[in-house]
Design a protein around this ligand. Structure first.
Ligand code: GRF
Length: 190
């Protein structure tokens, strides 16, 4: 049984889907929700599903032990970033090689990098006049949105789309695929 930690800074709708997906799985369990925001919606979700939480502090994350001893002590074997906005420090990447993944709401390498999150991504796609967008699930390295891509799927962008309507379409894709891709990865590398 693998213990997954989901790192999230926001609403946590992906975290919710992942918790639900693994609730009765013999393969893995979401055993920890990590957040840098004490008021984040994801913490309410964690409470509802009785998943332990860890609120992290900037200084310790970036200049201290990056919470590695704590994660190891909780026997966390896999880390999923689902709307987590801080960069992952080298110490944490080194402790979890190829065991940290992120989801990005566009077709990387387009529309990635620092500051490209939330509605900014969808605004950029619409402004560029792209006919399609989508989601990218990738391994995390030291550069924002740069690690090896594991999975992508696209959706159309229509002329009538606003950042909100496109965001909703992309979110639906995330919910449909993210838990399943995590499961696939975990079952491939036991
Ligand atoms: C998702 O769109 C994800 O791609 C991005 O942050 C968003 C998180 O949404 N990295 P939610 O908090 O899971 O609803």
């Amino acid at each position: 049984m693998k213990n997954i930690a989901v790192f999230a800074s926001g609403t946590g709708s992906n975290a919710k889907k992942i918790i639900e997906h693994f609730k009765n799985s013999p393969l893995a369990r979401v055993s920890l929700i990590v957040s840098n925001k004490p008021g984040a919606g994801v913490l309410e979700i964690a409470r509802n599903y009785e998943v332990p939480t860890l609120i992290i502090d900037k200084e310790r994350f970036f200049d201290g032990d990056a919470y590695v001893p704590q994660l190891l002590e909780k026997q966390i074997g896999f880390i999923v970033l689902a709307g987590f906005l801080w960069k992952i420090p080298t110490k944490l990447i080194a402790a979890y090689p190829e065991k940290i993944i992120n989801i990005h709401p566009a077709l990387l390498p387009k529309y990635g990098g620092k500051g490209m999150y939330g509605s900014r991504v969808h605004e950029a796609v619409i402004t560029a006049g792209d006919a399609e967008s989508g989601i990218s699930i990738h391994f995390v390295n030291e550069v924002y949105d740069d690690g090896r891509i594991i999975f992508q799927v696209s959706c159309p962008v229509t002329k009538e789309d606003t950042p909100e309507t496109l965001a909703a379409r992309v979110h639906a894709l995330e919910h449909a695929h993210f838990p399943r891709i995590i499961e696939k990865l975990l079952s491939e590398n036991k």
